[in-house]
Design a protein around this ligand. Structure first.
Ligand code: ZN
Length: 273
């Protein structure tokens, strides 16, 4: 995990500000960084002032930096701007008004990205384990906060969700085979099985990390024995946020779809299931 305040905390800084002093600890970095800097020198032909390096490897004297202890970054998958106040207002009651809750916008407004802090590790983990969260049915994607990343480097491309495969034969309602079937949908985070590795109930169920840039899987094809034809087993999701009936991808509607699909003989779109 990436929480707490690591020693190499990077503060907001501007380098090469016209040489007005202040940036004195500028005598180079480590070997790996040096290579990149050399490339940069060659490519951009930096001025002497631009070559000044502000080095944050030594944190002495920066003890008053605001602490970010238990934080996650998030994004609302919506084609229109969702204000952080709207996200806050929706999540506060849904999350049970957690202690120390603090939201702030990160990046450009139209990215719908935010950072949220919690009062404790326990609260943060509870919220992370409860996904998918939604604002007006739009998915709220959460990821661990990593202070080394800039906003443009944060990638929101997966989401954890509970998924089920319906009508699976009893012989597949076990950890090993079941997770093989589930892995057709995404990465298995946790199978819903008992202490003996067996699944009970009407369906196979697992917490999955799914790729949100791909169409949702509507089902899986399983060949249950060598002599049989593959069979189609329907997949269901618990608390599925808003997605496109045309292309099956989360975050926009079929009205806004850039690749609208033809309707079938009864007028239904492919993902209208
Ligand atoms: Zn679409």
């Amino acid at each position: 995990m990436t929480h707490g305040v690591p020693a190499d905390r990077i503060a907001m800084a501007s380098v090469g500000d016209g040489g007005k002093g202040g940036h004195s600890n500028s005598d180079g970095g480590d070997a790996g960084a040096k290579e990149n800097v050399t490339d940069l020198f060659l490519r951009l032909n930096l001025t002497g002032e631009e070559e000044t390096i502000l080095d944050f490897s030594d944190d002495k004297g920066e003890t008053e930096l605001p602490q970010v202890e238990w934080a996650v970054v998030g994004k609302v998958l919506s084609p229109s701007i969702v204000n952080v106040s709207t996200i806050h207002a929706a999540m506060k009651p849904t999350w049970g008004n957690p202690h120390g809750l603090k939201f702030r916008v990160i990046g450009a407004k139209e990215n719908n990205m935010f950072m949220v802090e919690f009062g404790s590790k326990k609260e943060m983990e509870r919220i992370m384990a409860g996904t998918p969260w939604m604002v007006d049915m739009h998915a709220v994607i959460l990821q661990p906060y990593d202070e080394r990343l800039s906003v443009s480097e944060i990638v929101f491309n997966w989401m954890e969700i509970w998924a089920r495969i319906l009508n699976v034969p009893l012989g597949w309602m076990i950890q090993q085979r079941g997770s093989r079937a589930m892995s057709l949908i995404g990465d298995v985070v946790k199978m819903d099985v008992d202490g003996d590795g067996k699944s009970s109930g009407a369906f196979l169920c697992a917490r999955m990390a799914i790729d949100i840039e791909k169409p949702l899987r509507r089902g899986v094809l399983l060949r249950l024995s060598r002599s049989e034809e593959p069979r189609w087993f329907v997949v269901q999701y618990e608390w599925l946020p808003f997605y496109c009936f045309s292309c099956g991808v989360l975050g926009h509607s079929e009205i806004e779809c850039s690749d609208p699909a033809p309707r079938n003989e009864i007028g239904k779109l492919p993902y209208d299931v």
